[in-house]
Design a protein around this ligand. Structure first.
Ligand SMILES: [Zn+2]
Length: 160
């Protein structure tokens, strides 16, 4: 089994809509979600920015018929593979922030060491999606595979 490095998140769950939602329902859900998370206040927090990004991404994917179809297919194949071994649960705030890539294209990532000597790495962008997910208890957890062995960690968040 070769899991993808960053599991696709359920954009339907982020917007709190059924997978059968019409474009009108998607737009309405997006508007209401944005109202609750728009990061344009002076008290902007990382959390609200991340939430806004994930909502934005969910909307842009689902409102486009082609992208929505791809997303549906990805979700279906993801729910099919359940045989993952979760090594431990790790809180986002405990992870190390690292910069990956070259000067042209840098990416902020969160890293956590595995007991095998490898490490779990997730891009901040993917965590942004997870931030949307936590608003919906029924959404799947964000799992991160080890770079070396077959273990996973499960991301948790404690922002309260
Ligand atoms: Zn490992």
């Amino acid at each position: 089994m070769t899991p993808s490095p960053s599991p696709t998140q359920d954009h339907y769950a982020i917007l709190g809509i059924p997978t059968t939602a019409t474009p009108d329902q998607i737009k309405a859900a997006y508007r209401s979600a944005v109202l609750h998370s728009h990061p344009d206040k002076s008290t902007t927090t990382t959390k609200s920015q991340l939430q806004f990004l994930s909502i934005q991404r969910a909307y842009e994917t689902l409102i486009d018929p082609g992208q929505r179809k791809d997303h549906d297919a990805t979700l279906a194949s993801q729910s099919a593979k359940q045989d993952v071994h979760i090594n431990e649960k790790v809180d986002i705030s405990d992870m190390d922030l690292v910069i990956q890539g070259d000067e042209e294209q840098q990416q902020s990532c969160l890293s956590w060491s595995c007991r095998c000597g490898g490490c779990y790495v997730v891009s901040v962008e993917d965590v942004a999606t997870q931030q949307g997910i936590i608003m919906h208890p029924l959404a799947p957890p964000l799992l991160i595979p080890c770079s070396t062995c077959s273990l996973y960690i499960q991301l948790t968040t404690h922002y309260t």
